[in-house]
Design a protein around this ligand. Sequence first.
Ligand code: NAD
Ligand code: DAU
Length: 353
Amino acid sequence: MILVTGGAGFIGANFVLDWLAHHAEPVVNLDKLTYAGNVHNLDSLRGDARHVFVQGDIGDTALVERLLAEHHPRAIVNFAAESHVDRSIHGPGEFIQTNVVGTFRLLEAARHYWQALGATEKEAFRFLHVSTDEVYGTLAPAAPAFTESHGYEPNSPYSASKAASDHLVRAWHHTYGLPVLTTNCSNNYGPLHFPEKLIPLMIVNALAGKGLPVYGDGMQVRDWLYVKDHCSAIRRVLQAGRVGETYNVGGWNEKPNIEIVQTICALLDELRPRADGQRYAQQITYVTDRPGHDRRYAIDARKIERELGWKPAETFETGIRKTVQWYLDNPAWVEQVQTGAYREWVSQQYEAA
Ligand code: NAD
Ligand code: DAU
């Protein structure tokens, strides 16, 4: 079996659902259930004995050690993190706690467990750390995309905390020999995406008749990947990645934010036209920019393609249409995640802007 951390969040839940759709191998899913974690993301696995959900913290060493001893996983896939850049600007403490200290404690528990394994299991064991392209910093408009050898230049508390965790993972391999793999992926989108992030926020606000808050001039560029393609990349790296290596994962889909928002508006005009006959794009409002906002990210995904034969299955056009349709089909999910804490965040972040 494998131990997945953060498997009730956006990418982690998609990964667990996809894993159990592709493999018979069970999953122990350790998630703290922060505001971003949602057990209902895993409702379709109720009664499936291959999925064991445990609420807890990756920084709780006693708990992690107990899970490792009880379930004897052959791999750990670490998704658990604080993941939202804007929240890291308002309050960086939790980002240091989970992304840095939590990853350190998880690595230590993994190292002690791995060191005590028999030779064959020791050889086969993997610690896969899920990271981000944001560790590389920002790119000038015409600069080549990030390769795996690009220097680390994180600019936000979030990306600095992820960069620190990547360095710990690297050091645990170099110093102790822990068989690690790291993936650095670009912006994901798709089902189960918490509506604090650009794409789901725009869909949810548009349908609610609210403003669509574009930061600054809206010309910041992100490189978008459909979440199921990220999941298939992680499965492939876990299966065949070279120990100690990092793999960049991306969809070759660089787009300025304003274009993303306009695309969502156009899809909603087609799939759920406004009752008053007006266009959703009328709801776009430009708001104060994010402090320290990275201008451009772009991933060079040639290494994972060359070495492991991985390629995304979705184009941006197919992926964004599926995503908008998913939100239209799942109003109960949207309503359920818009708790008091969510509304508090939205008013703190946007009402002063
Ligand atoms: P998310 O915020 O949706 O989910 C994070 C999950 O981790 C939640 O379920 C939360 O409850 C859990 N968690 C938080 N702190 C924890 C702790 N201390 N112990 C156990 N569980 C804890 O995040 P996401 O977008 O699904 O991202 C998952 C991972 O992928 C993160 O490591 C993130 O840095 C990385 N990543 C995300 C993207 C993206 O576009 N979303 C892109 C590249 C990499
Ligand atoms: O690049 C990978 C990263 O992508 C992940 O590591 C992070 O966990 C994930 O949150 C994401 O970070 P971004 O900051 O790029 O994503 P976000 O959806 O918050 O913002 C995308 C872009 O849209 C960014 O340039 C900021 C802008 N934006 C965002 C929001 C929430 C707006 O213009 N308005 C908004 O309301």
